[in-house]
Design a protein around this ligand. Structure first.
Ligand SMILES: *Cc1c(COP(=O)(O)O)cnc(C)c1O
Length: 417
């Protein structure tokens, strides 16, 4: 480090050394330690909490330094916040450490991550195979956007390996699926689908939001790229939109970054800071929410007013064995079907006192959703039926409230219909 370097450069120089020497969140540590310390870079003041670098630009010591950085920016050398920012970088390094990915690119929302992962690698003439049970906006990219640019998309039942096998072709460039589907919580076998996709040379992109980064072993199970909406569990407190694309360094820096940094979907430093704080408690929150989801499932199963209870962590789930093998837990989401269709489902929702009616998930606040009339209302009725999204179905994102209060709330609401 030379004396003439300015504060931010000095800070970056020190940080690089400290990261190597002192960072207790590196590879060999366990998840909770990584979530608290991973990726932290400190300025010369040694601030305990991650600094929020609210700067879009970076001043250079000399014209030659600017020239050199535009040629090739090194580690901890920044150009413009759309390309990268120290606070955003801390978030990227922390989530990459947790996921066991070589690198990550943070995005302005989960959809910027899905779009960026797919569009950055695809070109006209490519073929994509995707699971049909998808978040509405993911389906929009696959069915409405990609075909306009000459990408052919085949949709399959993600749980049926024969359908994947039949759909994959030698020109299949990419495979995309949500490992746990929304809202019916079906599990797609990451390992089996990745094996099939790799046999034709396709890149596997997994949207792992419902599994959460805590239970994800997607990279080890064969996924090439993992995307998250950080809006969900990673923030987990309903404050921000955010997302992230994870993969090999070659994929992230060679394919994803050039597309993202020139098209404007980058994460803001303020949001990255909020997400860094969210990550500190991510493991605690997700495990507590999962435990409560199990308690609520046990209370709801067999209830006379319900025709179905779906929870991947319950023995009654048709893919319970796969869910356990893939995630080691049931996750924070459950769904149940009220007998009596839409009117009965609405009556239950309206009778809830603690659980809120909304459409986010992974939040500290428990949230109930009626997918047929909200998140999945755009789908044709036949498609909804095919996906099992009936008029009586309610999706529940389990929050951090006391499990007994939530159970009382649900059972009380059910008793009133
Ligand atoms: C919410 C969600 C997205 C989109 O994330 P945003 O942050 O809302 O853009 C994508 N995939 C899944 C599975 C989601 O739940």
């Amino acid at each position: 480090m030379t004396a003439e370097r300015g504060f931010f450069h000095a800070a970056a120089g020190i940080a690089a050394e400290e990261t190597i020497m002192k960072d207790t969140g590196q590879d060999t540590r366990r998840a909770r330690t990584k979530l608290v310390h991973g990726g932290t870079k400190r300025s010369q003041w040694g601030e305990l909490s991650e600094a929020m670098f609210l700067t879009q630009g970076f001043a250079y010591d000399s014209a030659a330094q600017a020239e050199a950085r535009f040629q090739k920016a090194g580690e901890d050398e920044y150009i413009y916040a759309r390309y990268g920012n120290p606070t955003v970088r801390m978030f990227e390094e922390r989530i990459a450490l947790l996921e066991g990915a070589e690198d990550a690119f943070a995005t302005a929302s989960g959809m910027a991550a899905v779009n960026g992962a797919l569009v950055s690698m695809l070109k006209a003439g490519d073929h994509v195979v995707a699971a049909r049970a998808l978040f509405g906006s993911c389906l929009y990219i696959l069915q409405d956007v990609l075909p306009r640019y000459g990408v052919e998309v085949t949709l399959v039942d993600g749980t049926d390996l024969d359908q994947w096998k039949k759909a994959l072709r030698s020109d299949t460039r990419c495979v995309f699926f949500e490992s746990m589907s929304n809202p019916t919580l079906e599990i797609v076998d990451i390992e089996a689908v990745s094996d099939l996709a790799h046999s034709v040379g396709a890149t596997v992109v997994v949207d792992n939001v419902f599994s959460t980064p805590i239970y994800s072993k997607a990279i080890a199970q064969g996924a090439d790229v993992v995307v998250y909406s950080a809006t969900k569990h990673i923030d987990g407190q309903g404050r921000t939109l955010g997302g992230v694309i994870l993969g090999t360094q070659e994929m992230i820096r060679g394919t994803v970054e050039p597309y993202m940094k020139h098209t404007g979907g980058s994460l803001s430093p303020f949001t990255a800071w909020v997400l860094l704080k969210g990550m500190e408690t991510l493991d605690l929150r997700v495990r507590a929410q999962t435990e409560t989801a199990g308690v609520l499932t046990a209370r709801l199963e067999g209830h006379p007013k319900l025709t179905r209870v779906i929870y991947p962590g319950a023995a009654s789930h048709p893919q319970a064995e796969l869910a356990d093998r893939q995630m080691g837990a049931g996750g924070t989401m459950l769904a149940f079907e009220v007998g009596g269709g839409k009117d009965a489902a609405f009556a239950v929702l309206d009778a809830l006192e603690v659980i809120l009616i909304s459409n986010n998930l992974g939040d500290a606040k428990s949230i109930a959703t009626h997918p047929a009339t909200t998140t999945h209302s755009r789908l044709a009725p036949e498609t909804r039926e095919e996906l099992g999204i009936t008029d009586g179905l309610i999706r529940l994102s389990v929050g951090l409230e006391d499990a007994e209060d939530l159970a009382e709330d649900l059972l009380g609401a059910l008793s009133r219909v």
